[in-house]
Each structure stands twice: as C-alpha cells, then as structure tokens.
Design a protein. Structure first.
Length: 80
C-alpha cells in the first residue's frame, strides 16, 4: 500500500544514479570545469531521459557531491 509514496523517491534515486554515471563517463572531458560538465549532465537528463526541468539541476548537484575526482599521475622529468 505504501509503494505509491515510495515511487517518487525511487525515481529520483534512479535518475541521480544515472546522472552520476554520466558524470563519471564524461568527467575526463572537463578536467577543471565542473560547471560545464554539470550543464551537460542536466541537458542529458532533460533531453535524453525526460527528467523534469525543475528536478534535473538538483539531481546533478547531488550526483556531483558523490563524484570522486580522478587523479592524474604525471611523471617527473628525468634528471640530466
């Protein structure tokens, strides 16, 4: 009987997980510009997954808070 009340939360958590997946796949394209990455993720949710416009930025913000930064190991130049 309570399943109808749980559906919106379940929908939001699923869409947030999809936003996180999108951010993880595309984060290497935006090494220092998370704002542009977030805008692209919002567009993906709205245009690709039909997430309501009012909900998409919040989902992406929550997903960004879960995103772990990737560290790039740069080799030291060889001493001559």
């Amino acid at each position: 009987m309570n399943t109808a009340a749980q559906l919106p939360h379940d929908y939001r958590s699923q869409m947030q997980a999809l936003a996180l997946d999108y951010l993880q796949v595309h984060q290497d394209e935006h090494l220092c510009d998370n704002e542009h990455l977030a805008q692209r993720a919002v567009q993906h949710l709205v245009l690709g997954l039909d997430v309501p416009v009012f909900m998409a930025p919040r989902l992406v913000a929550l997903a960004l808070s879960e995103l772990r930064p990737r560290w790039v190991a740069l080799p030291y130049p060889a001493a001559t």
